[in-house]
Design a protein. Sequence first.
Length: 321
Amino acid sequence: MADILVYALHYEGEINKNSLGAVSEGARLASELGGECHAIVVGGDDLTDELAGSVGAYGATKAPEGLAQSVVDAMAKVIADNGHGYALFGGGLLGFEVGAGLAARLGAGVAMEVTAVRAEGDKLIAERPILGDSAISEINFRSDVGIIIGRLNAFESKESGSGAAAVEDVEVELSPQAQQATMVQRGEQRGADVDIEGADVLVAGGRGLGKAEGFELVEALAKAFGGNSAVAATRAVVDAGWYPYAAQIGQTGKTVAPKLYLAAGISGAIQHKVGMQSAENIVAINKDANAPIFEFSDLGIVGDLNKIVPKLTDAIKAKKG
């Protein structure tokens, strides 16, 4: 069938933004296939019909949110009962775990780190960057159900204006293995006060800062921007112990898409580029005029960041009054 089931992760009464992006993408693709997009919103004390109805047609209320195996049980039942042709995930650790588990349960083909999906006839084709994002692999599905797991921030959330969807409660009988684990505490890997994935402005520091104390410059600049801004880092400085892993961007860190990405002392190696190239505007400061980051920056500044960043911080403060 051409119907698509999207997993919508929620926490503290809000739907995860990557899940909203997946719902938007699923609705677009289902329309092109001539089918419907349904969202499954799984359990939790804060799950209400209003929250479930804000994203889709299915609300499974009998399985605990945050445990992958119970979500697999819920999604497998909904797919079996309704014959969905595809399951779509917005990315993130839980999305990867649930998607992989669902693929194993259904014997389905799975594509991970997907950055784009298109419809061809009555089938979906997933695109996944490979070889350090230097090439694109196109993935077709031969299985009855195709599992598509997006890269973080790959899908843009768009309000359709269609209002709340009908909500259907689904009774789920949990498998024995799903009942062997219980949620003890939910933690946020990036820390309670750091959200680089959701920041509108990111000021990132690299080895060009010279030492751990150099991050005081980028922290001051991020603070000057105010609002929804945060500090990020490259793998090299995280490995050196200059900044926490929670702020790492790149192939082995987070993928971000801020409105402004300001890179201070970052060379722009391909491993870092894959994590931030979706930023709307990229500004780079580096003393090396041949640094790779200048090849994909919207604005490049060649010079000493130790002189430029403080002046930029003062200028922003003055501009904001």
